[in-house]
Design a binder for this molecule. Sequence first.
Ligand code: SF4
Length: 491
Amino acid sequence: MEMWSRRARRETCTQIYLTTFDKALNIAGLLHPLMGSRWGFREGGNFGASHRTMGLQIARGREAKPPLRSVRTKRDSRPRLQEATEAAAAAAPAKKSALRFPVNPQTKSFYKRFFPGTSTAEWNDWRWQMRARIRTLDDLARIFHLCDDEYQAVKKHTGSLPVGITPYYASLMDLKDAREPLRRTHIMTGDEYLRGPGEADDPLAEDHDTAAPGIVHRYPDRVLFLTTGTCSTYCRYCTRARVVGNPGGEYQFSTRQWEQALTYLEQHTEVRDVLLSGGDPLTLGDEKLDWLLGRLRAIKHLEFLRIGTKVPVVLPQRITKSLVNILAKHHPLWMSIHFTHPSELTPEVSEATARLADAGIPLGSQTVLLKGINDDIAVIMPLMQGLLKRRVRPYYLYQCDPIRGSAHFRTTVEKGLEIIQGLRGHTTGYATPIFAVDAPGGGGKVQIAPDFIVGRDGNDLLLRNFEGAVYRYPDPGGTLGSGKSNRLAAE
Ligand code: SF4
């Protein structure tokens, strides 16, 4: 009995306390419009909704027990982004762990020259790299010898897909030669203002297949989730040129839009995996990314997640130990990394991919075939082999999508087949990506491979190997190759 009466007294005290506290907060609520954000109240916020939560937190802090069920506010048990962010900030170690990242010699001399006074710690801080991005004509002209074509093209640019280059990535570019491959992919030229045949702002009809904010649902069991409009660098051939780096400030994520996207995913049980893209999801801060991945992993029918990113290549410093720890919490998690050229394979990138691979994240690459940049087996071979050395499995080689103003980057489809043929058999199959054309109008990816079937001779299928020699394969009952008329089949 004594135990029950003590409990009753405590509950009564709690109720009195809460009632008193609620009254105080209600008075504060009335004063809120007068106090404004100077006193820590968010402008336009739902004060009435939040003060009850504040009351509970304070009561819990003083009382070992939660308040009675009757006064406990019913709420959605899923974590809200702001709470997750605050909790992560509270839990963060007071002292930042030292960032140990290699700096290759070429990059070091670049930053000593163009960013004097910058410490290595700053240079290796991904947020510093984001802030110091080369974004204006003046920034470019300070560092590069711009040719007239580049100068005029940048000068007249307005709208989305602005110039944006991390200082690190700029350090890999040739400062004088406008034809240098990495530079061509990031500094616009006059060709960007030409419209080639079949080009469109949204050639893959992603807007048409958008089922919820940011959710492109085209294939039966998977979706693309555009999480942000921000990238660390802006590629001049970007398929999402229409949405990334929009003027008036890069598109800021909106929790409301994410919530709508999450609701869609919760309702669509046929979706087995989500590819987070953008923009670049790794430009999101750790807490936001952790929160989003956590919410996605909480959806039972989602079997795994994928992240599509260029950050490990253009901003490898972003692959911090804390990011890697966050990513590793949300396994199974895969990553597709956008590589273009072997000159990207620096010690910094090796460190970034090693950290990701060590965290158990399967890494694949995506490369866009670009005229005069990487449309040569002498460029693609070392890139693919270099990726394998860095534990990145070449995954896709894409034909450049017909976005507006990209004709100068586009090769023929035969060129892609020629490159795959140059890899197939000449190096390990692990180094041979899938060559794909994304069918305009929303047809999805179509894989294209060199044809190694020469024809058929009775029960024998005639196959050509990587050296061009023809071999017979016994295939009784088969018909494959019978439609081909060729000299060898007739012999
Ligand atoms: S990183 Fe990706 S999304 Fe961003 S500009 Fe380059 S291709 Fe487009």
